[in-house]
Design a protein around this ligand. Structure first.
Ligand code: SF4
Ligand code: SF4
Length: 433
């Protein structure tokens, strides 16, 4: 073993060994794990992955050859954490493993590209807005129809072809939420919130952001959008780029002033989970610890505030069956399970039906569905079976990534069935207008 390799094993030992030791190997987490369900091997299970990290930390196996593959195939959905009777912090073990893999593995051109995209592209709102503008133009010009007709994009990469088809219509760039501005409620003001707009949502799905503001205003909350907010860092953390994640977190802590603000709100489960975990991310940096604690404490999903300050003044009824695919990061990391369901149940005329295994991951997993398209598809296929069995006409989610995955699922596995997909806030806005 070379000196740098020994150093990596030591680093992993320091970061994760004591946590892996908490696992009593009971296997309670196995039925909750979607990759174990679809792949059926011990190394695709939480228990197996924890074991691999433990052995790598002890220097018994190689980080790249033996540990990286199974870790890479983990969705990061954290369902195992909820199922675990002894509270093994799987997310922290996963994070440590990813960080070490990222440092250890030989860099391929593809990795450099992903690294560049995450560190330079996703941290730059101007770049992302440019992509959003280009997509709007692409759709508006009708070029998308031609591309879909000729299947040209499938020649580049099949997953891209599928996702190009399900990209929702991007609203005009001029409708993008203006940063640095207050959006005031017309009702009696019950509180002030700062809105975390999310980088991809802000660039490509700004209608959802506008709808979030509208709903918050409707329940009596003033909304402010801090101008210099950055990407939350979730995608960076998924790729093991921990120092970049910390830098982004610190910039956001500086930008979002918590005094005078009651909540920091978001409408993307994945981003929300990262914001919720800034306190753990920076727990060993004394000068940031307190700020991070205050920030995470105030960070909240929009559904929580809509329930707290609601009810919403519905003007329309919804005829049909609605089912709900929760975002794993909203349920498993932020612990928000009831509020979105409560809002759906409160819709006049709607028949809310819970699908079987609703809490199991849809296999969107950040960019997992693009990187591991086939594995993701198997999990999505069984999810769509559960959706169909409810006879739902609409499936609702609380995260842009899950929404795209549901659209893809409907397009690929429920063609004969015709099911609509919607982000929770988009559906709610339709009913109060
Ligand atoms: S995070 Fe999800 S996919 Fe990964 S081991 Fe846990 S349950 Fe399985
Ligand atoms: S992670 Fe928890 S549930 Fe899974 S085997 Fe270990 S102790 Fe049991």
């Amino acid at each position: 073993m070379s000196a740098p390799e020994i150093q990596r094993h030591n680093e992993l030992f320091e970061k994760a060994f004591s946590k892996t030791n908490l696992c009593i190997q009971c296997g309670y987490c196995l039925p909750a794990c979607p990759t174990y369900q679809s792949m059926g091997t011990e190394t695709a299970s939480p228990r197996g992955r924890i074991n691999l990290v433990k052995m790598a930390a002890e220097g018994k196996i190689d980080v790249t050859k033996d540990m990286a593959g199974p870790i890479d195939l983990c969705l990061g959905c954290r369902a195992c954490e909820i199922a675990c009777p002894v509270n093994v912090p799987y997310g922290q073990i996963l994070e440590a493993a990813k960080e070490i893999i990222q440092k250890e593995k030989p860099k391929k051109t593809k990795d450099h590209f992903v690294h560049l995209l995450l560190t330079k592209g996703f941290t730059n709102p101007k770049f992302l807005n440019l992509i959003g503008d280009a997509t709007w133009l692409y759709q508006k010009s009708g070029l998308n129809k031609l591309v879909q007709k000729t299947n040209a994009i499938n020649l580049v990469a099949k997953p891209l072809g599928f996702f190009e088809k399900i990209l929702p219509p991007v609203q005009k760039p001029s409708k993008r939420t203006k940063r640095g501005e207050w959006y005031k409620t017309e009702r009696e003001c019950k509180g002030k919130v700062a809105f975390f707009v999310g980088c991809v949502t802000d660039a490509m799905m700004h209608e959802t952001n506008n709808n979030t503001i509208k709903l918050l205003n409707t329940v009596g909350l003033d909304v402010f959008i801090p101008e210099k907010q950055k990407c939350c860092g979730a995608l960076h953390a998924h790729q093991g780029l921990l120092s970049e994640t910390k830098e982004l977190a610190k910039e956001n802590l500086d930008v979002f002033k918590t005094s005078g603000i009651d909540y920091i709100v978001n409408s993307a489960g994945g981003c929300g989970a990262m914001l919720h975990e800034y306190r753990e991310l920076l727990h060993d940096e004394p000068e940031w610890q307190q700020k991070a604690e205050a920030f995470s404490k105030k960070s909240v999903d929009v559904s929580v505030l809509l329930v707290k300050y609601g009810p919403l003044p519905f003007k329309r009824e919804w005829n049909g069956i609605i089912t709900y695919q929760p975002s794993c990061h909203l349920s498993n990391v932020q612990g928000v399970t009831e509020e979105p369901r409560q809002l759906l149940r409160s819709i006049p005329g709607a028949n809310f039906i819970e699908m079987k295994d609703s809490d199991s991951c849809c296999a969107s997993g950040g960019i997992y569905n693009l990187i591991h398209y086939e594995e993701s598809s198997k999990i999505l296929a069984s999810k769509m079976e559960n959706v169909k069995n409810t006879e739902a006409t609409t499936v609702v989610t609380s995260n842009p990534g899950c929404l795209l995955q549901m659209k893809h699922g409907a397009d690929k596995f429920a063609k004969d069935y015709k099911i609509e997909t919607s982000h929770l806030v988009d559906l709610l806005v339709k009913l109060i207008d």
